[in-house]
Design a protein around this ligand. Structure first.
Ligand code: HEM
Length: 323
């Protein structure tokens, strides 16, 4: 990595650093650049919140089938807003993973953006994904705090522990689903933000670590399908969430088969310069992703997607605690 001449003194400090003649993005400059898509994310969250709210009022939301006591929208609005942020977080995670795979695999002709613009959009959507996940979790904590009748200080500690400390939420499906969500959040922060110190840790180390960010996405989808009350039961919406994973798996496979960096190509075992174990592992990775695509198609076609059996039309007698 080379350093380049300093920028004029009038430029903001966050933008002064350069690499190889190109301005090196900093966290500060990217946070500024993240505003437009952050605003779009807020509009999307607002629209999802409105939809959830209307469905609760109309009694058609499956959240109500799981937790009938939530019919009081005036009381539980923070919970519904947390759900809405969960959906925008998942959507932004999907977008940022797709953009990342466009950058590291074969570049499609659409969207018609330069590599630099695409890269910047990938970084800003990543930052917004972290912010949206944080908002989702914080609103859940706020709802726990609001509904706790204990003294405010003890209610605050309980809400914090149940939301942010692995193992702090001790009942029902949440015992597994909440730590999965926490793992996604806690991995997303370093794996996303290490980019801004890559000149210190070395670009190669950064690239190797950043690859694991796909785990954040997998954990997020797992958490949603396990715990989201709007995808609690079998139905088209749950199937749609599964379906959306096919493009991700296909792009991941393409990225492995036709990486943007020629050095990452998997050549024949004879042409491979590294160890045979390394070659075997790389081949295994590609086969595993192909297997995931087949499994995803199997799940969608067979309908065995982990959804609970749909509740009866009249849910007033089917109270199942969602804990
Ligand atoms: C500290 C981490 C997290 C906590 C405490 C948390 C908490 C929760 C809770 C309590 C629910 C159940 C809401 C319901 O009744 O539907 C939920 C659902 C959900 N979460 Fe999370 N979550 C976390 C991380 C994540 C992450 C990383 C994502 C995705 C990027 C995510 C996306 C979602 C989605 C999409 C739902 C479904 C909401 C619905 O069904 O309407 N969550 N989460």
């Amino acid at each position: 990595m080379t350093s380049s001449p300093a920028h004029p003194a009038s430029e903001p400090a966050g933008d002064r650093v350069e690499t190889g003649g190109r301005r090196r993005p900093t966290l500060r400059s990217d946070l500024r650049a993240a505003l437009p898509d952050g605003l779009i994310a807020l509009v999307v969250t607002g629209a999802v919140f409105a939809l959830i709210y209307v469905r609760i009022r109309a009694g058609t939301s499956s959240t109500l089938s799981v937790m009938p006591f939530m019919a009081d929208t005036g009381k539980f609005w923070m919970y519904f807003l947390s759900q809405a942020f969960g959906w925008s977080a998942l959507l932004w995670a999907w977008i940022t993973v797709v953009l990342g795979l466009f950058l590291s695999g074969p570049r499609p002709s659409w969207p018609p953006l330069s590599g630099q613009r695409l890269e910047r959009l990938h970084r800003t959507t990543s930052l917004n994904t972290i912010a949206l996940i944080a908002a989702h979790a914080l609103l859940f904590a706020a709802e726990l705090f609001r509904s706790d009748s204990a003294r405010w200080d003890s209610a605050l500690v309980t809400a914090f522990v149940e939301t942010f400390v692995p193992g702090g939420y001790v009942s029902g499906t949440g015992r597994i689903a909440i730590p999965i969500g926490q793992a996604a959040l806690y991995l997303a922060i370093p794996l996303g933000l290490l980019f801004y110190v890559r000149h210190r840790i070395g670009p190669k180390t950064w690239r190797v670590l950043h690859r694991f960010v796909i785990a954040v996405y997998v954990l997020s989808v797992w958490h949603t399908l396990l715990y989201g009350t709007n995808v609690w039961y079998d139905g088209w919406f749950r199937t749609a969430v599964w379906l959306l994973q096919i493009p991700i798996a296909a792009l991941l496979l393409l990225r492995l088969l036709r990486p943007a960096r020629r050095s990452e190509e998997l050549r024949g075992p004879r042409a491979h310069t590294g160890s045979p174990t390394g070659w075997g592992l790389r081949l295994g990775g590609r086969l595993a992703i192909a297997g995931v695509i087949v499994a995803l198609i199997g799940v969608i076609v067979s309908g065995y997607d982990g959804g609970r059996t749909a509740p009866p039309e009249d849910t007033s007698s089917s109270h199942v605690e969602h804990d």
